[in-house]
Design a protein around this ligand. Structure first.
Ligand code: ADP
Ligand code: MG
Length: 250
């Protein structure tokens, strides 16, 4: 076990006709192998900007990131292609990497489909699936190229509340089972606590990291986000984080 992502003193300014907008101000955090960190912050605080810097889609104004592994990026919308079957949606990453005939990759995808209940759906089309199942397909697609690190950008926010609780558990089980290191972006306090091993609280723009909390709910190996929500300590963390965010008057 070691540090797999290190973010040091990141700042980001955007420039427009109206002038300069400072979005990130001295952001630092790290992610250990196999860990989930939740980045919790109000809308517009720069959460997606952080992920875009980590994937090299954006350059930071200053600061640096150290990443020891490959990255998979999953968005709020599932971005499934409606004209392709589930299988063809999932193999799209392999196609892009010209690995569609790579035996090991194909075997991995078949294993993922079988393990996570998608095998019987492989010839169906996205519109035939529920929102929760579509998110599972999107996750498996992200896992298909076997990334070490997953960046999840508000992946549950398009789902209704009950589906979201189920998909929380589903995604949690899969990423822990597959032993991934995860950065989860959310503006939902409960979700940040239920999913995260630690929670970094971002202030409103220009965003700083106010504090990073280790989440220990006293649940051991059988931890699931749903169970987390029922532990008395959960409310304690909720109140602390609520206060922390509320201080920003967002
Ligand atoms: P969050 O994901 O926390 O909601 P974002 O990272 O999407 O926040 O955006 C943070 C701020 O940066 C917003 O005010 C947004 O308008 C601004 N922003 C994001 N991307 C750009 C860009 N490419 N050019 C200019 N401003 C941007
Ligand atoms: Mg965002």
């Amino acid at each position: 076990m070691g540090t797999i992502v290190e973010v040091n003193n990141l700042t980001k300014n955007f420039y427009s006709k109206e002038g300069e907008v400072k979005v990130l101000d001295n952001i630092s955090f790290s992610l250990e192998e196999g860990e989930i960190i939740s980045l919790l912050g109000p809308s517009g605080s720069g959460k997606s900007t952080i992920l875009n810097i980590l994937t090299n889609l954006l350059k930071p104004t200053s600061g640096e990131v150290n990443i020891k592994g490959s990255i998979g990026y999953m968005f709020q919308k599932d971005h499934l292609l409606e004209w392709r079957s589930i299988m063809d949606n999932i193999t799209i990453g392999l196609e892009i990497m010209h690995k569609k005939n790579d035996k090991q990759s194909i075997e991995r995808i078949e294993r993922l489909l079988k393990t996570y209940g998608l095998w019987d759906f492989r010839n169906m089309y996205p519109k035939e699936l529920s929102g929760g199942m579509r998110q599972r397909v999107a996750l498996i697609r992200t896992l298909s190229v076997n990334p070490d690190i997953l960046l999840l950008d508000e992946p549950f926010s398009a789902l209704d509340y009950q589906t979201r609780l189920m998909v929380n558990d589903d995604v949690y089980r899969i990423i822990k089972n597959e032993n991934k290191s995860v950065i989860l972006v959310t503006h939902d306090i409960s979700e940040a606590i239920a999913m995260g091993d630690k929670v970094a609280v971002l202030s409103k723009r220009p965003s700083t990291i106010k504090k990073i909390y280790d989440i220990d709910l006293g649940l051991c190996d059988d931890k699931t986000p749903f169970k987390c929500r029922k532990v008395p300590k959960f409310q304690t963390y909720f109140d602390i984080l609520w206060k922390e965010l509320d201080n920003n008057e967002f």
